[in-house]
Design a protein around this ligand. Structure first.
Ligand SMILES: NC(=O)c1ccc[n+]([C@@H]2O[C@H](COP(=O)([O-])OP(=O)(O)OC[C@H]3O[C@@H](n4cnc5c(N)ncnc54)[C@H](OP(=O)(O)O)[C@@H]3O)[C@@H](O)[C@H]2O)c1
Length: 179
């Protein structure tokens, strides 16, 4: 049940859930006291429908919130994180919140600090989505430490966790996008 460090793809086949239209409702409240206090709702099309989005760190926190937002806009989403268990929980949450839009979410388990695993995760996302139009990098986090506790080794670990986990994905994705 722990972290699965082997890169593997787990397509989330989630069905039988109610759905709604992909849109973002924006409420405009009038300052005019004479105007009826009825909110107007504007539909804003962000033109993300059918865009193929790879989100690293998509199983939790900011990455998971991004996945929900993109699905709401009608985009197709692949999420990457190390733990297959976290990915499965994320898929369940997305299905709860985004219904039918979440049924084709592609979940890829990979440790993005590893160059080969990151490249493989990109390939699996491409295979699942048919390509990548948008990349959101939100994986990993560096531990906060008081400056006098920092050492070159800790700097290196932090850069591996937080910087190279991004570069390892950006590099193959940019090269694919340039083709
Ligand atoms: N939250 C904030 O206030 C804040 C502010 C500024 C910047 N940020 C930055 O924004 C990013 C996301 O923050 P967050 O708060 O959403 O973090 P979080 O809740 O800790 O989520 C991190 C995500 O990254 C995945 N992950 C961690 N290490 C990984 C690795 N080596 N390979 C693949 N996936 C990995 C985690 O899943 P697994 O554990 O399953 O791998 C999880 O999905 C971080 O880089 C953070 O430093 C956050």
């Amino acid at each position: 049940m722990g972290t699965n460090r082997r890169a593997m793809m787990t397509p989330c086949r989630l069905t039988g859930i109610a759905t709604g239209p992909p849109h973002m409702g924006i409420r405009h409240l009038s300052n005019d006291a004479r105007a009826p206090r009825q909110p107007k709702h504007t539909i804003m099309d962000l033109e993300l429908g059918n865009q193929r989005v790879l989100i690293t760190g998509g199983s939790r926190g900011i990455g998971l919130a991004c996945a929900a937002g993109f699905l709401r806009e009608g985009a197709r989403v692949a999420i990457v994180s190390r733990s297959a268990e976290n990915l499965a929980k994320a898929c369940a949450k997305l299905a709860e919140g985004q219904g039918e839009f979440a049924k084709d979410v592609v979940a890829v388990s990979a440790d993005l600090t590893n160059i080969a695993e990151a490249a493989r995760a990109v390939e699996e996302a491409v295979a699942g989505l048919g390509g990548i139009d948008i990349l959101v990098t939100s994986a990993g986090a560096a531990k906060r430490r008081p400056p006098d506790e920092l050492t070159p080794q800790l700097w290196q670990e932090a850069m591996t966790a937080k910087y190279f986990s991004y570069i390892n994905v950006i590099d193959p994705v940019v090269k694919r996008m340039a083709q």
